[in-house]
Design a binder for this molecule. Structure first.
Ligand SMILES: NC(=O)c1ccc[n+]([C@@H]2O[C@H](COP(=O)([O-])OP(=O)(O)OC[C@H]3O[C@@H](n4cnc5c(N)ncnc54)[C@H](OP(=O)(O)O)[C@@H]3O)[C@@H](O)[C@H]2O)c1
Length: 386
């Protein structure tokens, strides 16, 4: 029996890598559903190659254009935000959550409620909703398999029989494109410079997050909720080569890590095949050619976003939701040249300062807090007062 896959965010970087693997293993996987925002031209190519049963296009104009050019009469084409139930009514064995930002929350919630295994790339959904998502998944028998290379590495080396003997999770970080720049050199950084990651090829939002190291901050929060680990037991270490994807330290001093070429098709192969393993065409790591691996402590002054994430995790309650929402607004404003690069952490910090922290008891609370925080951050972008 082939595994039936639905990809939320199929036209992005993670979507591309997932479809590349599906294409290499037609005997193992078939595509049931694909969803996108507006890249209908790319979607039509994916539809012709993978023959899904249902597609969803969020943007209404793009939906109409797709309908005009689509030749496949048996394909169900839906539009808008509230079609996740309809998509998941088509039998799916695994959901790949690859939408960027907290917009990707509801597909994850719906898949978790239906007990469908989730390959989770969309870290923002976990950051903004915290243990709500993991408990909905647990209650309904859904498993969350981390796609993020760091969490995937930890998942691979976490010895479930000795969870109580884990002394630390160590998240590795490349340090992004500005690791060796001074803060004064970051004043006039352009979006084009910020999205050029030295090791990974990714979507724009996560690339900017990697440059500011908010990505590592979001991953810190993701690791806390995913592995139920207190913040004091999660460290971040800069490892510019991106060969070691993260580590688990045990009480006896052993540190276990997962290594590999920095290519997202490796963690995606792992989650697609779990608990089995499949091959892929990623160039294997040749340790003799790597020669050296380097590590250094992160500079929290140079990367204040990472410190803000640590603070939000310490506060808990709604702080991670607010941090995430403010960061999404700040990154979008930077990418559209409305604010400067160094204003990203300032905007996030000011939004956190203006907000009051409340308990999160439901997905409705998450949506409300996310919306309010976006309003606060957006009004600061408009007024220029931050
Ligand atoms: N890329 C990586 O290597 C990587 C690694 C680890 C984790 N992640 C995480 O994976 C997620 C996706 O990252 P990515 O790099 O693949 O992003 P990306 O290249 O920007 O792709 C985002 C995908 O989401 C869709 N999308 C965006 N807004 C949407 C909306 N409002 N409604 C429906 N669909 C929407 C996009 O559709 P359109 O193409 O139509 O806009 C696209 O298919 C992020 O949460 C990121 O943090 C990525």
């Amino acid at each position: 029996m082939k595994k039936k896959i639905t990809i939320f965010g199929s036209t992005g970087s993670i979507g591309d890598s997932t479809l590349d693997l599906v294409k290499s293993h037609p005997e193992k996987y078939e595509i049931v559903g694909l969803t996108i925002n507006n890249n209908y031209k790319k979607l039509i190519k994916q539809v012709n190659s993978f023959k899904p049963k249902i597609v969803s296009i969020n943007d209404t104009e793009s939906y109409k254009k797709f309908k005009e050019i689509n030749q496949n009469q048996s394909l169900k084409v839906v539009n808008g935000k509230d079609c996740y139930d309809e998509i998941l009514d088509y039998k799916t064995d695994m959901v790949v959550a690859a939408i960027t930002g907290s917009t990707g929350l509801m597909p994850v919630v719906k898949a978790a409620q239906k007990g469908i295994p989730i390959a989770l790339a969309n870290k923002e959904s976990l950051v903004c909703s915290g243990s709500l998502i993991t408990s909905i998944a647990k209650q309904n028998g859904s498993i969350i398999l981390p796609v993020d290379s760091e969490h995937n590495a930890i998942f691979q080396v976490l010895d479930s029989k000795n969870r109580s003997k884990v002394s630390k999770l160590i998240l590795t970080a490349s340090g992004g494109p500005f690791l060796n720049k001074e803060t004064k050199d970051l004043v006039d950084i352009t979006p084009e410079q910020a999205v050029k990651h030295p090791n990974w090829s990714m979507g724009k939002k996560i690339s900017v997050d990697s440059a500011t190291m908010m990505n590592k901050g979001l991953e810190l929060i993701e690791a806390h909720f995913l592995f139920e680990m207190p913040h004091q037991k999660i460290d971040v270490i800069i490892h510019p080569e991106s060969i070691i994807h993260s580590c688990v330290e045990y009480d006896d001093g052993s540190i276990l890590s997962q290594m590999g070429t920095p290519d997202m098709r490796i963690p995606i192969s792992f989650v697609l095949a779990y608990p089995d393993r499949i091959s892929n065409s990623v160039k294997k790591l040749e340790l003799g050619k790597v020669k050296k691996l380097t590590f250094l402590e992160p500079d929290l002054k140079k990367f204040p976003c990472l410190e803000l994430a640590y603070e939000a995790l310490k506060i808990k309650k709604s702080a991670p939701t607010i941090l995430n929402a403010a960061n999404e607004i700040a990154v979008a404003a930077f990418l559209s040249s409305k604010i400067k690069y160094l204003s990203i952490p300032r905007l996030v910090e000011k939004t956190l300062n203006k907000a009051s922290f409340s308990n999160i008891n439901s997905i409705k609370d998450v949506i409300e807090i996310d919306k309010n925080s976006r309003q606060i951050a957006t009004s600061m972008v408009i007024s220029g007062k931050y």
